[in-house]
Design a protein around this ligand. Structure first.
Ligand SMILES: [Zn+2]
Length: 150
């Protein structure tokens, strides 16, 4: 069915499209069947958005904290499934993946802090030998009998 233009004499025709352009004028096309709007202005019903609480529970069930790589991997797997099922927006999934990546990158630092021993300073460099006389202070060796003879 092709849209038909309404005659100008039928300004209040209820069969006309109910869409109003920004300047207040009414669309001149005839409504499509029993629809109040013409095919051009029929708003396609958006698919219902999943409940954010449901998404959050799906993502975080059995995950109390994200302090291990296994938990973060589990979270990312669930995130991938939700994205593949188109239950979560790509933008939101990207933000969650970024935050998860930051969490994952801090895990080695946390483990290093927890396993760190207190810093111990070891002085094993040999100190100066203060009791031994230096070369210029040492008395010249006594001449031996062989040195006196020559
Ligand atoms: Zn219209």
């Amino acid at each position: 069915m092709t849209p038909q233009f309404a005659k100008s004499s039928s300004m209040n025709d209820p069969a006309r499209c109910n869409y109003r352009v920004p300047n207040g004028m009414r669309c001149r096309l005839i409504g499509f069947g029993t629809q109040p709007f013409c095919p051009k202005h029929t708003q396609v019903a958006a698919p219902p958005q999943p409940d954010p609480a449901e998404i959050a529970s799906t993502l975080t069930v059995n995950l109390d904290d994200f302090t291990s790589a296994a938990q973060i991997n589990d979270f990312l797997s669930r995130l991938l499934l939700l994205l593949a099922q188109d239950k979560i927006s790509t933008r939101r999934a990207a933000v969650l993946a970024y935050i998860t990546n930051q969490l994952l990158r801090t895990l080695p630092a946390i483990a290093k802090e927890e396993n760190a021993e207190p810093t111990k300073i070891i002085f094993d460099m040999p100190g100066p030998e203060r009791d031994r006389p230096t070369a210029d202070q040492a008395p010249p060796p006594e001449p031996t009998y062989a040195d006196v003879r020559t």
